[in-house]
Structures are given as structure tokens and as C-alpha cells.
Ligand binder design. Structure first.
Ligand code: UD1
Ligand code: UDP
Length: 438
């Protein structure tokens, strides 16, 4: 018997980041169904990516369209449930933090179908973001967590999840970025296509907290109109178009020669635009990751980020939505050669472009070992407690767990700082937080 996987996606970033995983599924001849929630439906927000990334047409489109969160999520839950009942997959894969993740994870777990969450463990610690709630709910409902970094793995361990279900794989955006930029370069001349000369800044924004808020959107627009030392190429997300129109700002932006407002681009063209950019300005999650992958400084129009690693690595600056702060810092990045080079050379925390291979390896191995089934635990009467132990001798995590078979190392602390318990990590002089199975 071979595994059957249901892949759920619904928005532009999910299509892009799930594409390498789907490629890997196809390369290994794994049986799968592709379910589109229909959250993004404009040609340039959805179909174009199936063309660019050479994906099969979804087997199902639940067709939820736009709406309030409750309405949209409820329709997804209903539509996805019908498909999962009919298709009976062994595993459901969701990606990221959209409403598709929320509904896919809830429905599948209620049907006792294990959920694999690609890009799990990210945290902005800002519950006013709908995406943060989606991440947290998906954690509770998932079985396998494919996390991009050690930091995201620690977030899950601190949330009380089991280490044996967490796999550090890197982020599939690196796979997508590297593979498709090569293809894109052969296909299109972006300078010719968009009539570009000189330095450019690529800009995207669509976060509800920026574009649904008149004052914040006005501040950002004011900053953009002043930053006329380079061409700003702005492929505008439909949510942003709607709000720029509503707040009467679209015409104003259109009056400035250095600002090029264009429709959203397909992935190949957009990657070319990014790689041609001197700097990237964005409130997008994916772009913060792509910027550091392509070695381009990133100015993020947010006060927090769940991509902390990009800031720590030095490639990303959080500028919020204040006019002067945006202008001053963008100018500083452009004019201070040391800062520019430091940002450009920031190491990529998201892996080497093989995340999708690692994810499918894990899935197949868990399936073979019969670890995917959700059933009543055999040790349901066992007592589980947690305790902190100081280790004084040289011993690796793996050896410690082999010798103490009733203890599972969750988090290691070195001088107060948390570390992920990699198998070969030496525990000498460290504290360990362990699960103790009575
Ligand atoms: C959604 C995700 C967000 C992700 C983003 C990627 C949630 C809660 N939000 O936000 O995490 O970063 O996708 O782009 O899941 N619209 C169109 N055409 C479309 C799609 C949307 O015109 O094809 C317009 C509609 O007016 C809609 C608005 O955009 O009301 C917002 O769309 P929605 O899907 O609700 O959220 P996004 O802002 O796209
Ligand atoms: N993107 C694209 N065309 C565009 C703008 C963005 O292909 O005109 C891609 C971008 O390369 C990235 C993804 O869309 O991979 C990011 O999606 P978005 O910003 O909508 O969502 P987020 O990442 O914030 O969830």
C-alpha cells in the first residue's frame, strides 16, 4: 500500500511555496490530490502561478472567494471536509499561515487524518494578526511540523509540542527561488518588459494592518512619493488597489514619475524584478525570505516580524509605517556602503534549497514506520511530567536518551539561552528541560 497525500492551498504564496513539494511528490510518483480553496481567484493571483510553476490544475476548487474571516473559513471547512471524506488521504499538507491552513488543519484533524504543516513554528507574537491565530491553531491540529529554522523549532517546543514530530527542513521558498530564477532568466528580459533604467526598488504591500488603515497607508504613500532617487516598481495586490481607491490615494501615486504602478506579476517575471532590485520594500512574509535568499537588502513595513532570523542575520530592517523613519532608513541603506554591503551579505537562514526533498523524505519514512496514524495512545494512563536537570558530564542528546529511556530532552539551556536538542549536541554544563514518562 502506498501513501496518498492531499495538498491544500489557496493563495499566491501557498502556490509558490508548495510547488517544490508538489514537484517532489510527482518525481517520486506519489499519489496525491490537489485542493484549491479558491481564496485567491484573479488570474494574476492564482492561475498564472500554475502556469509558471508547471503545476497540474487542482483536482478540486472549493471556490470560497473573498469574505469576512468567519464566512471564508467556514466555507473552506465545509468544502475541504467533503473532499477529504471522498478522497480519504493518509496525510494532509498545508503551508504557511493563511485561512487555508486554519481550515485544512481543523477539518483534517477532526477526521483523524494527520496534518503536515509546512513552514510551521513562525511567531510574530502579535495576536492582532489573523495569520498568528492561524499558526497557533494549526499547531494544535498538526501531526508533523516542517519548520524552517532552529528558532521556529524552539517556538514549538516552548508551546509544548513533541520534539519527535518536529523536523528542521529549511523553507521551500529557497527551493522555489533558486529553481525558478534560472528558468526565468532564459525566458524574459525584465528591463525591456517594464522599460526599466537605473536603480530600482521593488515594493509590495498587502497586510491588513497597513492597507486597511487610512493613516498608515497615507504615511507609507507619503514616504514613497519623497523617495524619488530611484524607480519604485510596485505590483499592487488587489486588497491594496481596493484600499488605495477607497482612501483616494491611487490617483496621487499615479502622478509621480518615479513610481511605477503595475498589476501583480507572475512568479518568473517577479523573481527577475526582485533580482534586478537595489533594495526591496515590503510587508510580505515571502519577500523577506526571498530578499535574503537573493542577497538584496530588505526594508520591512512592519513593527514586528515572524521572520526574526532575517533581522538577526542583518539583512532585514523593520521600519513600521512612519514616513520619516521609512525615508531616513531607506536613504541610509542606499547611501551607507558599509551598511548596504552588510545587509546584502547577510547569511540566508532558510536552508540550501532542498527543503522539499527533506519534507518528502520525512513523510515517507513516518508512513513506512506507521507513525502517521492518529489513534488512542497505548500509554494513555502514563503520567507525563516535566523537569529541569543540570548535566555535568560529556554526553550527547542521543546517548542521554538511550540511557534514560523514560526521559525525552525537550529544550537545552546554555547560559540561559535555549538551544534545539540536536542528536549530537553535547550536554555538558547545560540545563535540559525533559519530559519524564512515569
Ligand atoms: C491572504 C492571507 C495572507 C497572505 C495573502 C497573500 C489570510 C487571513 N490572509 O491575504 O496571510 O499574506 O493572502 O497574498 O488568509 N482579492 C481580489 N482578488 C483575489 C483575491 C483577493 O480582488 O484573487 C481582494 C478582495 O477584495 C479581498 C481582498 O483582496 O476582499 C483580500 O483578500 P483575502 O484573500 O481575504 O486576503 P489577502 O489580503 O489576500
Ligand atoms: N509575488 C509574485 N508576484 C507579485 C508579488 C509577489 O509572484 O507581483 C510572489 C513573491 O515572489 C512571493 C509571494 O508572491 O513568493 C509572496 O506573496 P504575498 O506577498 O502575497 O504573501 P505573503 O508571503 O505575505 O504571505
Amino acid at each position: 500500500m502506498s501513501i496518498k497525500i492531499a495538498v491544500i492551498l489557496g493563495t499566491r504564496p501557498e502556490i509558490i511555496k508548495m510547488a517544490p513539494v508538489i514537484d517532489e511528490i510527482e518525481n517520486r510518483n506519489i499519489n496525491y490530490v490537489l485542493i484549491h480553496t479558491g481564496q485567491h481567484y484573479d488570474h494574476e493571483m492564482s492561475d498564472q502561478f500554475f502556469i509558471d510553476l508547471e503545476l497540474k490544475k487542482p483536482d478540486y476548487n472549493v471556490g470560497v472567494g473573498s469574505g469576512y474571516h468567519g464566512e471564508q473559513t467556514a466555507n473552506m471547512i465545509k468544502g475541504i471536509e467533503e473532499v477529504l471524506i471522498a478522497e480519504k488521504p493518509d496525510l494532509v499538507l498545508v503551508q504557511g499561515d493563511t485561512n487555508a491552513v486554519l481550515s485544512g488543519a481543523i477539518v483534517a484533524s477532526k477526521l483523524h487524518i494527520p496534518v503536515g504543516h509546512v513552514e510551521a513554528g513562525l511567531r510574530s507574537y502579535d495576536r492582532s494578526m489573523p495569520e498568528e491565530i492561524n499558526r497557533e491553531v494549526a499547531d494544535v491540529c498538526s501531526k508533523l511540523y516542517f519548520v524552517p529554522t532552529e528558532g521556529s523549532a524552539l517556538n514549538l517546543l516552548f508551546a509544548g509540542l513533541n520534539r519527535e514530530n518536529i523536523f528542521i527542513t529549511g523553507n521551500t521558498i529557497v527551493d522555489a527561488c533558486i529553481r525558478n530564477l534560472k528558468i526565468a532568466k532564459k525566458k524574459t528580459d525584465i528591463n525591456h518588459m517594464l522599460n526599466l533604467n537605473g536603480d530600482i526598488m521593488t515594493l509590495t504591500m498587502h497586510r491588513a494592518e497597513n492597507v486597511d488603515n487610512r493613516e498608515r497607508l497615507q504615511n507609507i504613500v507619503d514616504a514613497l512619493t519623497e523617495l524619488d532617487e530611484l524607480t519604485i516598481v510596485f505590483p499592487v495586490h488587489p486588497r491594496t488597489v481596493k484600499n488605495l481607491e477607497k482612501f483616494d490615494l491611487l490617483k496621487e501615486l499615479g502622478n509621480y514619475e518615479h513610481i511605477k504602478l503595475i498589476k501583480p506579476l507572475g512568479y518568473l517575471e517577479f523573481l527577475l524584478l526582485l533580482s534586478r532590485s537595489k533594495i526591496i520594500m515590503t510587508d510580505s512574509g515571502g519577500l523577506q525570505e526571498e530578499a535574503i535568499t537573493l542577497n538584496i537588502p530588505c526594508a520591512t513595513l512592519r513593527y514586528n516580524t515572524e521572520r526574526h532570523e532575517t533581522v538577526k542575520a542583518g539583512g532585514n530592517m523593520l521600519l513600521g509605517a512612519e514616513k520619516e523613519k521609512i525615508i531616513d532608513n531607506v536613504r541610509e541603506i542606499l547611501n551607507n556602503a558599509d551598511l548596504y554591503n552588510k545587509m546584502k551579505k547577510a547569511p540566508n537562514p532558510y536552508g540550501d534549497g532542498n527543503s522539499s526533498t527533506k519534507i518528502i523524505d520525512v513523510i515517507l519514512s513516518e508512513y513506512r514506520d506507521k507513525k502517521l496514524k492518529i489513534s488512542v495512545p497505548e500509554d494513555i494512563m502514563k503520567d507525563k511530567s516535566r523537569k529541569l536537570i543540570k548535566i555535568n558530564e560529556n554526553i550527547t542528546v542521543k546517548d542521554f536518551e538511550r540511557i534514560n529511556s523514560n526521559l525525552i530532552v525537550n529544550i537545552v539551556f546554555e547560559e540561559g539561552d535555549p538551544l534545539y536538542p540536536f542528536d549530537e549536541l553535547d550536554l555538558k554544563d547545560k540545563f535540559i528541560l525533559v519530559d519524564h514518562l512515569a
